[in-house]
Design a protein around this ligand. Sequence first.
Ligand code: ADP
Ligand code: ZN
Length: 738
Amino acid sequence: MSFEPSDLFGPLAKAEPATRTVPVLVPMPAPGPYSYGVPAGMAVVPGSIVQVPLGPRKVIGVVWDGEEAGKVEAAKLRPIEKLFDCPPLDEAMRRFIDWVAAYTLSPPGLVARMAMRTPAAFDPEPMIEGLRFTGHEPDKLTPARRKVLELSSDGLSWTKSGLAHAAGVSTSVIDGLAKQGLFETVFLPPPPLVAKPDPDYAPHRLAGPQEDAAEVIVDDVKAGGFSVSLIDGVTGSGKTEVYFEAIAETLKQGRQVLILLPEIALTTAFLERFHDRFGAKPGEWHSDLATRTREKVWRQTATGDIRVVAGARSALFLPFEDLGLIIVDEEHDPAFKQEDRVFYNARDMAVVRAHIAKIPVVLVSATPSVESQVNSYSGRYKRIHLPTRFADAAMPDLHLIDMRRHPPEKGGFLSPLMLRAMAKTLEKKEQSLLFLNRRGYAPLTLCRVCGHRFQCPQCSSWLVEHRFRGQIQCHQCGYAEPTPQACPECGTLDHLVACGPGVERIAEEVEKHFPEARTLVLSSDMGGVKRLRLELEAIAKGEADIIIGTQLVAKGHNFPLMTLVGIVDADIGLANGDPRAAERTFQLLSQVTGRAGRTGLKSHGLLQTYQPQHPVMMAIVSGDAGAFYEREITERERAVLPPYGRLVSMIVSADNRIDAETHARQLRMAAPAVTGIAILGPAEAPLALIRGRHRFRLLIHGRKTSDMQAFVRTMLERGPKPVRSIQVQVDVDPQSFL
Ligand code: ADP
Ligand code: ZN
């Protein structure tokens, strides 16, 4: 008689040798995936999210495509340690990650990491504890107990807090009943974060041109496949209403929707509006969410429980179960560009993702980017134009204030014309918004005696006075010190002067002129997202008369009583060397003035400028956006700038100037000779020093058809390896030139 020990004691688990190998992308700046062994019995497929050993650490990676049979013997490789119980990243997502990595010249592992930022979401959500009525009788019946039993006697499961809340009793009442055996413990699946939106919940009847516009994109959704549309319509024309129809159609088809919005954290109004239309909120995705919520959103997007996500740019890397439509609202917004680790523009990558997934993408803006505008004029994108506001709402009347002819009084920044308009608005009990894109009190502080300027010790930027906080701060690195009484250079007391205005200083001027008005400063440094949300809601309810704000007031909000928008310094963005300076100024000023009069009240926009003849100013007041775009487009074409040419910027930085400059020069010398591609620089960057790092820039300029990526790759391969503190950042299609 013979038997195996396992016949008596069961099989003893032992590590089976790996039988095959797979490539796994790990969150490392490596050029490609690493090979790992697959333990027998582990069912991994491309896209599976796994835990693997990496040196002494354990990291989360994703199984990539291609068997690597024969390369290395499977048994010799370190094995995958764990396969997470979570849907694998699908084929379209994997191709998207590869594409983004190749285009932005980023390591694919770092791009993949953007899709896997919430490790706790890779395990299924734990079941939650609930209770169910057993049918027993309590020893005595109090009114509180009766209420609980009335509700729970239907035999359905409840959470303890849910039942207590519904019955209006404290949880101790339920504990007391449970102790007597009236309840048994049951485990319930976790509730979905948001309810399913209903496409037919409360549709609006679209008006004339809106209907035509909606038909185009609804048809695209019905037809399926890749398409790009650009909805170009003035603020308040109903662009949102139009794309809601495309969302409804996608929901009817049972597919998911992604809405990308800049500054989503602040746009509660958008979420409510979505709720009004679809009877449920969309899943929200941005960096201000609590970790637990982020995990749930990630997981429920992957499982398909969340049907619509409204998110910031990183939502593009969420693992949708079945994505059917992407909307990019405010598509021109610079906030879609990430300038950190992986430099990418979410608007452009949204088009790529839609192409790979073979679905429609809709770009939306009142002031489209020149790039998208060119694509729509050329017919590559479908052009959907909404020229007028919905219903009776008229666009604000826009006028320039020539500051040379109507200067402010000494020490002030507001022209008498602006002050007069504000007084009238106040009289009518309507709201004014003063816009200045400068936080703090004054952008520069200097000593009246010796001329000393306060500069950040680790950046080449001036320290900005924040009077509310009693600090001077660096807006590059966050360095701050208490506002000094004496000049550190000459020691003179009380002779420091503030130069130029920030929002706090404008508020001071406003309070002097309108002491009785309710004045509110709104700026991103004035409190967290929660506080800003509340303040935005307060403004919408009319709880402030005069609002002084930075660009965060420009975006998407609907302030019914706002009838005057004043731009304190319309010229501010025109001075820098950015090729998009005019475009950006046009967009920002149009957005801000577009806040006025959205509900039909007669409204005005006043722009203080020293350059009333500038084409941007003329375009804004004449309302002739078409002429402005034509000019910009001609200019871009002539200078072979995007979209007619290509740019890649490289920033070489190091903790000393010589290293940075030398490395940048050597990189330039390593460049191959390619017709049509030229290198500008290296030159010291306008922000020559940030956080103690010296910065040099190279700008690579090519034709539309140039293979910029191959060119840069060759430069980096042939050039010196970054040593010591040297870092090279590559930015394809740069938006920032600082
Ligand atoms: P945009 O997105 O172009 O700024 P919105 O879609 O926000 O414009 O529309 C502006 C305002 O007009 C919103 O309050 C919206 O609810 C309302 N509106 C637009 N179109 C309609 C419609 N067809 N029916 C009812 N309300 C509409
Ligand atoms: Zn600094």
